[in-house]
Design a protein around this ligand. Structure first.
Ligand code: ACO
Length: 319
């Protein structure tokens, strides 16, 4: 059997930190409101000249160093992002150039906060189909550029950052299974609906969200997709060593864990320090837990994401 395995992780957070106290000076909010409703205490914000591909480059270098691989060994690059450097070319192609990788497929995946799950699944399929050997899979976001900093209901939630993994062919699993879903009929509960026409932005280019609807939908589909992954692999919740959820809101994470009967000690949560970094949140959290030694060889790790579209999904790995 051909499998794919993660052999290195990397993460990058911009230097500038924006705390809840800082936000109190910008909009009518409070540290107490933000912490109690979301679990977030701070988020990182990209410098004015820092792009999604710049952050992806830093995270990729971390993952490549951890994996001990050079640019010549990469034969596929997939970048998950909602905040690309430019409309085109893709951020993956710009990253390819910055890394000095030659002549491999490179493309972006747009599934908002589920983007990394979609990208990892795609890379796994390329490897298992024999189309490539070593893939670089990245989630990178500069949400600070698509937030209305006068809208307290959204601007307190998000942060910037990038996470990356190196995935390579293996005869041992690896990625055990993946599960992708979308329901486009919910496209307008979470969106950045603006676009360009005649050289101008048409419509609202900032994040808009029906917070309560998103909350309920997220808890339901995240529970469903975890159960789907467990059932398909004849596993019980107790067989999971770690759950790494998309870092949107600690109340969504706690509700999902409670519904599943999974103790919070088995859940990796980084959103207090990172905020919601959309497609970057899962690889960033994974990198933190790999580097601090919580995730160990042979453990079952379940990654799960949910985001605009609406999209959701999970990837089960044996580490
Ligand atoms: N500071 C202070 N008050 C605020 C703020 C703020 N930053 N934002 C909203 N409020 C006010 C509202 O105006 C409202 O006031 P009102 O009662 O006078 O009208 C009150 O707080 C309650 O607002 P709700 O929207 O009902 O608050 P809720 O408890 O639902 O929390 C939140 C809002 C945190 C957005 C919640 O709905 C949520 O977590 N939703 C999930 C969405 C999410 O996490 N999105 C991230 C992106 S999606 C994703 O990644 C999957």
């Amino acid at each position: 059997m051909i499998y794919s395995r993660v052999i290195g992780t990397g993460g990058y957070l911009p230097e500038k930190i924006l705390t809840n106290r800082d936000l109190e000076k910008m909009v009518d909010t409070s540290d107490e409101w933000i912490r109690s409703r979301t679990g977030i205490t701070q988020r990182h914000i990209a410098a004015d000249n820092e792009t999604a591909s710049d952050m992806a480059l830093n995270a990729s270098r971390g993952a490549m160093n951890a994996a001990g691989i050079s640019a010549e060994q990469i034969d596929l690059i997939i970048v998950a992002t909602t905040t690309p450097d430019v409309i085109f070319p893709s951020t993956a192609c710009i990253l390819q150039d910055k890394l000095g990788v030659k002549n491999c497929p490179a493309f972006d995946v747009q599934a908002v906060c589920s983007g990394f799950i979609y990208a990892l699944t795609t890379a796994d399929m390329f490897i298992r189909a024999g189309k490539c050997r070593t893939a670089l899979v990245v989630g990178t976001e500069v949400y600070s550029r698509i937030l209305d900093w006068n809208d307290r209901s959204t601007c307190v939630l998000f942060g910037d950052g990038a996470g990356a993994v190196v995935l390579t062919k293996s005869d041992q699993p690896g990625i055990i299974s993946s599960h992708l879903h979308a329901d486009g009929s919910y496209n307008n509960i979470l969106s950045a609906p603006g676009n360009f026409s005649g050289g101008k932005v048409q419509g609202k280019p900032f994040v808009m969200m029906e917070g309560n609807t998103v909350f309920k939908f997220a808890v339901k589909v995240l529970e469903d997709v975890v159960n789907e992954a467990l059932t398909e692999n004849n596993l019980e919740v107790s067989d999971l060593d770690w759950l790494i959820p998309h870092q949107a809101n600690i109340r969504i994470i706690i509700s999902t864990a409670k519904k599943l009967g999974l103790p919070m000690e088995k859940v990796i949560a980084t959103l207090d320090k990172h905020g919601n970094t959309s497609a970057a949140s899962i690889p960033l959290a994974l990198d933190v837990a790999v580097r601090d030694g919580r995730i160990k060889s042979g453990q079952h790790v379940l990654l799960e994401g949910v985001g605009g579209g609406f999209t959701w999904g999970a990837v089960l790995l044996c580490w």
